[in-house]
Each structure stands twice: as structure tokens, then as C-alpha cells.
Design a protein around this ligand. Structure first.
Ligand code: BDR
Ligand code: CA
Length: 329
């Protein structure tokens, strides 16, 4: 069974991604590590705990970075609401975060499962960078990092050249890309357009299950934001698409090997990630030796939407089953 950690700055699309992992029978979810990004660390932790709870999943949540590596965290106006989850008073988790810190948990798992551990990062990668800084040798045995980050081959959403997760902590992203760990990138370009979930699909989910209703409510501010700014009644769920590339391999229809460089110099290019594709520069240019990373270039939208929607139907009874089990004890 694949050994997985999810590293998240939990807002509504992170929650969608967490649900996919929580319901996935093909992976062992070892733990969820959290950091500040979309919202504060504490809020992100509670959002992750609550999301797992509505899925009937009791995976432990570990708190990590409150700040990017070198900058003070600026309060960003979240497109997901002040609490990151639609401001609908949804967040009242029963369980508390674990005592162990996120970075220690990541390092423990990397040590326990050398060559096996995969990390799916749906936020800035400060926790991962801190783990690399603390023990590079142990982290070099991580099998792969799956990252929702970068604009892919399209425009950015934080600046014209930078995507939110990289922009929040480009130094951390540069450190991750410069490590030995292979990284699979789902860029922002892959995650928008036809693959978005529309308001009718969300209304359907609301009727299907507790988790479906939770996601419907959690994405309500995002839906309003998209209606106002783009005139479209859709929600983009970049983290859910990134999660699909990692745990639903049949969704991926295109990928290309790359060498990546992330600009972390303050200025207009801060957070830009440059992809060097094999054979894409003149032969006379100095050759790069290593293309250890990959960019996912296409996904099957129909398979994604079908799997995403049916997951709520198939797991509709999960929280109830868990409650019954707890009562029996
Ligand atoms: C990324 O930024 C956040 O708003 C989302 O959760 C996603 O991880 C998209 O740029
Ligand atoms: Ca996120």
C-alpha cells in the first residue's frame, strides 16, 4: 500500500483534496501535516481536522510552519472566505491536533519508510523545506513529492508569472526543487477550465452526503468570488486536481520530464518557476544532466469529474459507520 502524507494549508479546495485521500482505498494515509498559507496555521489545522471528521477518518493532523522561511506572513484576503471554508461556521472539530510537530513527523516517516514515502503538497512547501534543512539525508529517501504549485505553462494567479503556493514561500519551493527528491507538479493551468465543478454539481453533492454538504458550504465564498470576477458559476479546485494526479493515475493523460528552477529574488519574477524540457533548447547550449521532475500536462476531465462526484455517493455512510463504531466501544 502506498505510504502518503498530505501537507496542506487547508482551505476549501484543500478540503476537497483531503476528502479524496480520506476515501481512497488504495493508499495508506499516514498523517496530515498543516501550515499557514490560505489561512493561519491554527485555522488550517482545525479545517483539516473537521474535514477528516466529516469523512469519518481519524488520521492525525500535525501542525507545522506559521510563517514562510524568510518573510513575515502577510494576511492575504482568501478567496475561500476568512476561515478558508466559506465562513459558514462549519469548523468545530472534536479531535485536537497531535503534539508532535509536522517537520518531526515528516522526518520520522521518511526514516521509517525509505524509498516508499510520498508527500502530496497542496500548499506552500515550507514544512517540506524545513524538513530538508533539518535532515537532508533522510529526506533524500522520500520517493516523490506531488505538488500543486506553479502556473504550469499558463499565467500565474498571484502575479502574472507566479502561482499562490510558490509565491507565498519561493525560497522553500527553490529548496525543494534543488533537493534530490523527484517532484511531480500539477500547475494552475491544469486545474482550471472545463475541469471545474459547477454550481449544479455542488447542489447535487449537498443532497448526497454529509461530506458533500460540507464541501458545498465550504466552497460558497469561492463560488461567489468566481461569479463576481469571471461571471462563471463554477469553483476551481486546484488541490483536488493535483490530488487526482497523485492518487488516481488513470486521470493523467500527459506528463513531461523537466528540470526546474525557481526564482526567489525579490522583484517582479519572485516565485516564477522555469521549466527546462529535454531537447527544448539549441543543441549548442550547455546540456542539463538531470530532468528529475515532471509537469503533468493533461488530465482526462471526464474521468476526474465522474470519480470525484461518485466518491461522495460511494462513501455517503462513512461518518455514520464511524459514529456507530465509537458508540460500541
Ligand atoms: C492554490 O492556492 C490556494 O488558494 C489553493 O488552495 C491552491 O492550493 C492555487 O493557486
Ligand atoms: Ca491549498
Amino acid at each position: 500500500m502506498r505510504k502518503i502524507i498530505i501537507d496542506t494549508d487547508t482551505a476549501s479546495d484543500d478540503a476537497a483534496a483531503l476528502m479524496m485521500a480520506a476515501f481512497c482505498p488504495d493508499i495508506e494515509l499516514l498523517g496530515v501535516t498543516v501550515l499557514a498559507g490560505n489561512v493561519s496555521l491554527e485555522q488550517a489545522g482545525n479545517n483539516a481536522l473537521m474535514t477528516l471528521e466529516v469523512c469519518g477518518n481519524d488520521t492525525d493532523v500535525y501542525l507545522g510552519a506559521k510563517q514562510p522561511l524568510f518573510h513575515k506572513r502577510e494576511e492575504t484576503i482568501s478567496v475561500h472566505g476568512k476561515d478558508g471554508m466559506g465562513d459558514k461556521d462549519l469548523i468545530h472539530p472534536v479531535k485536537k491536533a497531535a503534539k508532535k510537530r509536522a517537520v518531526d513527523f515528516i522526518l520520522d516517516m521518511a526514516q521509517k519508510y525509505p524509498g516508499e514515502l510520498e508527500i502530496i503538497a497542496t500548499g506552500p512547501v515550507t514544512n517540506i523545506a524545513l524538513a530538508i534543512l533539518q535532515d537532508r539525508e533522510t529526506m533524500s529517501h522520500v520517493k516523490r513529492i506531488w505538488s500543486m504549485g506553479t502556473p504550469g505553462f499558463g499565467p500565474g494567479n498571484a502575479t502574472p508569472v507566479s502561482e499562490f503556493n510558490v509565491f507565498i514561500d519561493a525560497e522553500a519551493y527553490a529548496l525543494m526543487l534543488g533537493s534530490e527528491i523527484p517532484v511531480s507538479i500539477a500547475g494552475f493551468d491544469l486545474c482550471v477550465g472545463d475541469i471545474e465543478i459547477d454550481k449544479y454539481e455542488l447542489s447535487y453533492l449537498k443532497q448526497v452526503s454529509k461530506a458533500g454538504k460540507f464541501l458545498h458550504d465550504a466552497t460558497s465564498v469561492l463560488l461567489e468570488f468566481n461569479q463576481k470576477t469571471r461571471g462563471q458559476h463554477m469553483v476551481d479546485l486546484p488541490d483536488a486536481v493535483a490530488m487526482a494526479t497523485a492518487i488516481w493515475p488513470e486521470v493523467v493523460t500527459g506528463r513531461c520530464a523537466v528540470h526546474c528552477e525557481c526564482c526567489n529574488v525579490q522583484g517582479p519574477a519572485y516565485g516564477q518557476v522555469i521549466f527546462y524540457k529535454k531537447g527544448s533548447t539549441y543543441e549548442s547550449m550547455p546540456a542539463l544532466k538531470e530532468y528529475k521532475d515532471e509537469v503533468i500536462t493533461s488530465v482526462d476531465k471526464e474521468i476526474f469529474t465522474k470519480k470525484f462526484m461518485s466518491m461522495f455517493e460511494e462513501n455517503a455512510d462513512k461518518p455514520a459507520k464511524k459514529e456507530a463504531k465509537t458508540k460500541k466501544k
